[in-house]
Design a protein around this ligand. Structure first.
Ligand SMILES: O=C(O)CCC(=O)C(=O)O
Ligand SMILES: [Fe+2]
Length: 355
């Protein structure tokens, strides 16, 4: 019998959102519209109880560590995120990261296309990976690059312009690596676990991806989303927000909340892998990005992903009679996660042990 042909890929590149915006008719394609938009995406509340701010300086100092670790524990078990300050990166360095990102998206289309994502690859410049015909697309262009481990960097898709791009990104990735260590240690301590417990998940072969999200203005912010609701498939995520334009919203108790901008802070959120490791004590929050009818918005996101070869499962010490094990063991979770994401589904549901 003849072998059946490999399924034809439907992941063909679509026009960048930046190009759509330039279309004088501004008739954006139907597949960007969320049919169930309801009252619109702009109506999120501001949190009455602020999204917590965690000061790394207080965690590092013996006199204040205990209280700040309690705050960290509380932040991750309620919101699933916090804004971190005193993280060691200066405002001017963060501005440089924002600046080179902006300069890249301002380049002519031909220059950006040199670093285009190939079908079925996640790295490179482009937009949504198309995995199903009915997929609702995100109103954002992006560039995704693997920055760690260093020997896996695919320089073929790293922008050549602006000329500082590579250096600034390499420096940012180094800083994030150091910060990840401190935060993972603090998270473990806040659960009374041995300090290295989460850190072990990202020794040597852990992967870090950066994603630059560029959201052009959109004439219908009530019907279109910059990024559809999702939780991250990472261990943890660092988000550098736009300094001027809000857009990130978080779901808590079935209600969407706006995340305020603190320009010198990074928003740190738990990803699904941390939720699994912590046996559900830390929450991987659902979030989405809304867009603006007049202003563009740009964010830079670092996803710290567990080693794809490592089995992820709840830490033994966090499983007991009063808190039974909630998740199965999973491997290469990031890959499963992407497929679920493009179908608008939550991958972690598949990892839950059904009662
Ligand atoms: O741009 C934002 O505010 C959200 C980005 C995000 O959630 C992501 O890239 O996973
Ligand atoms: Fe996200």
């Amino acid at each position: 019998m003849a072998e059946s042909p490999a399924p034809a890929t439907i992941d063909v590149p679509v026009k960048s959102v930046q190009e759509l915006v330039l279309d004088p008719e501004n008739n954006f394609p139907d597949n960007y519209i969320h049919k169930d938009a309801g009252a619109g995406f702009q109506d999120a509340l501001l949190p009455t109880q602020e999204i917590p701010v965690i000061d790394l300086g207080l965690i590092m100092s013996a006199a204040t560590a205990e209280q700040e670790l309690t705050n960290l524990h509380s932040a991750l078990s309620t919101w699933g995120c916090f804004q971190i300050i005193n993280h060691g990166m200066t405002r001017s360095f963060l501005d440089e990261v924002r600046q080179v990102s902006k300069q890249f998206f301002e380049l002519p289309k031909e220059e950006k296309q040199k670093f285009a994502r190939e079908p079925n690859d996640i790295e490179g410049y482009g937009n949504d990976m198309i995995l199903s015909k009915n997929q609702t697309l995100d109103w954002s262009d992006r560039i995704v690059l693997k920055v760690q481990p260093e020997d896996q960097r695919k320089f073929k898709v790293w922008p050549e312009k602006p000329k500082d791009f590579k250096n600034v990104l390499a420096e940012y990735s180094e800083r994030i690596k150091l910060l990840t260590k401190e935060i993972l240690k603090a998270m473990a301590k806040s659960l009374n676990l041995e300090e290295e417990c989460f850190l072990r998940q990202c020794e040597e072969r852990a992967q870090v991806f950066v994603r630059f999200n560029y959201y052009p203005p959109c004439p219908r912010p009530d019907l279109v989303l910059g990024l559809k609701p999702h939780a991250d498939g990472s261990l943890i995520t660092f988000l550098l927000q736009d300094k001027e334009v809000e857009g990130l919203q978080l779901l808590r108790d079935n209600q969407w909340f706006k995340v305020p901008i603190i320009s010198e802070a990074l928003l740190v959120n738990a990803g699904d892998v941390l939720e699994i490791l912590s046996n559900g004590i830390f929450k991987s929050p659902m979030h989405r990005a809304v867009i603006n009818s007049e202003k563009e918005r740009l964010t830079v996101v670092m996803f710290v992903v567990a080693d794809p070869e490592k089995v992820i499962e709840p830490v033994e010490e966090l499983v007991n009679e009063s808190r039974p094990r909630l998740y199965k063991s999973v491997k290469n979770y990031a890959k499963i996660h992407i497929q679920y994401y493009q179908q608008g589904k939550r991958a972690i549901e598949g990892a839950k042990i059904q009662p």
